[in-house]
Design a protein around this ligand. Sequence first.
Ligand SMILES: Nc1ncnc2c1ncn2[C@@H]1O[C@H](COP(=O)(O)OP(=O)(O)OP(=O)(O)O)[C@@H](O)[C@H]1O
Length: 254
Amino acid sequence: MAAALAFSDLTVRKGGRAIVCGISGHLKRGAVTAILGPNGAGKSSLLHILAGVEQPRSGTVLLGGAPLGTLSAQERARRIGFLPQKGEVHWNLAVKSLVGLGRMGHSAGRSLSQEDEAAVVAALAATDVTHLSDRSALSLSGGELARVLLARVLAGAPEWLLADEPLGSLDPAHQLAVLKRLAMTARAGAGVVVVLHDINHAARIADHVVLMKDGAMLADGAAQDVLTPDLLEAAFSVRFRLVNDGGRRLFVAE
Ligand SMILES: Nc1ncnc2c1ncn2[C@@H]1O[C@H](COP(=O)(O)OP(=O)(O)OP(=O)(O)O)[C@@H](O)[C@H]1O
C-alpha cells in the first residue's frame, strides 16, 4: 500500500526489561490513529520508533515498503513530522523562524522560498500563534510553545504527523482546535498518529485506535471496535460508562 507505515515484531528493551514486546501493525494515510494506554504502556516508545528517532532492539518499520533506516535524514524529515511529548526550545529564536525550521526537509538549508514562507504563515494561523510571530520562543507560555511546536511540524506538510500528547498543556478551546486540525490534516491525506490520554478526545477524531498495555497491543482496529467499556477497562483498570450524547459517544469513568 502506497506510503503506509507498517511495523512488525518491534521489541524495545530499556532498564533491563522489554518495554515494547514484539508488536506489529499497519497504519494508513488519510486517517487518524490514536495510541492509547496507561502510563508506562510503551506509547511514546512506539512513536519514537515510528518517527525513526529511536531504534528498536529488533523488528522493522517500513514506510511505503522501504525500511525507515534506508531514508536519508532529509527525506525522513520531509516525510515524517514528529512532535515529542516534552517540546523544549533552548535558543533565543523568533517564533516565525522556529516554525520556518519545519521547512528544512524541503529547503535543504537554502533560504526559504515563497512557498516555504506561505507554508509558515499558514501553519502559524492554523495553531493560532500568528500574533506571536515576532516573539522570542523563550518568552512563550507552555501552551503557546506547544502550539508553536505543532505549527513547526505542520509547516513541513509531512506525509506522516506523529504527535505525542499534543494537548497536554492546552486550554479547552485550543485542545478542540488542535483536535480539529489533526482531523483536517488526515482528511487532506496525511497519516496522523497521535498519543492521547483522554478517551473522549480519541473518540472525537480517531478512525483507528491502538490500545497498549505493558508494552503489548491489547487491541488494534477501528475506533468503534476498540473504544468499548470492556477493552478500556482491561487497559486502564477503570470502568467507563458509555453515554450517547446526541449521537456522539461519550466515555465517563466510574
Ligand atoms: N531509559 C529508560 N530506562 C528504563 N526504563 C525506561 C527508559 N525509558 C522508558 N522506560 C520505561 O519504559 C516504559 C514505557 O515508557 P513510555 O514512555 O514508552 O510509556 P508511555 O506509555 O508513553 O507512558 P506515559 O503515558 O506515562 O507517557 C515505562 O515504564 C518507562 O519507565
